[in-house]
Ligand binder design. Structure first.
Ligand SMILES: [Cu+2]
Length: 215
């Protein structure tokens, strides 16, 4: 009877089919499992590497990447007059700039006329600068030796007279929000010649320079 012999065959075919499905499901499962394991291991390795990179980076540069420090000195060794070192520098717009100015000049150059307003700190965070660590909003005019003034940025730092044979350090923090190239000048009459406005005061790179701000 053919029907009787067909049934087991069909039954056997269905069984093989089920078995095949099971094998495929198991294989897919194994492959997924392997893939997931590989992904987990790779993720752990990546994580370990990035943590390692962060630790290495922290050792090299422990500062906020959006802050930058610029340092200048005011030297007086030349007969031409006092001079700012590092007269031109560039920062990025939005960076918090810490500007450190160390002066060795023990001579005063009181501000006169319309320039007398430059004895006040302007344009810094919290409206202050520190003088040898002490926070101030201005310097008495008779004690002004120089200024670091960037009219285009509304920034003004009065630099007081340094004690003879020593230095004084002014530190100010500010954020520049306008891109461009801005001229800074000293407005204290610290040069030579008529009204002490010649010599260093009239020479680029001495009492005048530029602040570049990249966008
Ligand atoms: Cu000056």
């Amino acid at each position: 009877m053919t029907g009787g012999s067909d049934a087991p065959v069909r039954g056997g075919g269905a069984g093989r089919f089920r078995a095949s499905v099971v094998v495929v499901v198991v294989l897919v499962g194994v492959l997924f499992g392997l893939g997931a394991s590989v992904a987990v291991v790779a993720g752990i390795a990546r994580g370990a590497r990035s943590v390692g990179e962060q630790l290495t980076a922290a050792k090299v540069a422990p500062v906020d990447p959006h802050t930058v420090t610029e340092s200048m000195e005011i030297l007086t060794s030349s007969s031409f007059g006092p001079r700012y070192t590092h007269p031109s520098w560039t920062v990025r717009r939005g960076e918090t700039v810490t500007l450190r100015i160390t002066s060795y000049d023990d001579g005063s150059a009181p501000l006169t006329g319309a320039q007398m307003m430059f004895d006040r700190v302007q344009g810094t965070l919290s409206g202050t600068e520190t003088v040898d660590g002490k926070s101030v909003t201005w310097v008495p005019n008779g004690e002004v030796s120089h200024t670091f003034t960037v009219v285009g940025l509304g920034l003004n730092l009065p630099i007081p007279v340094a004690p003879t044979g020593r230095s004084v350090t002014v530190v100010a923090r500010f954020v520049v929000r306008r891109p461009g190239t801005f001229v800074w000048q000293c407005y204290a009459p610290c040069g030579s010649g008529p009204n002490s406005m010649g010599g260093a005061m009239a020479t680029k790179g001495w009492m005048e320079g530029t602040v570049g701000v990249l966008s």
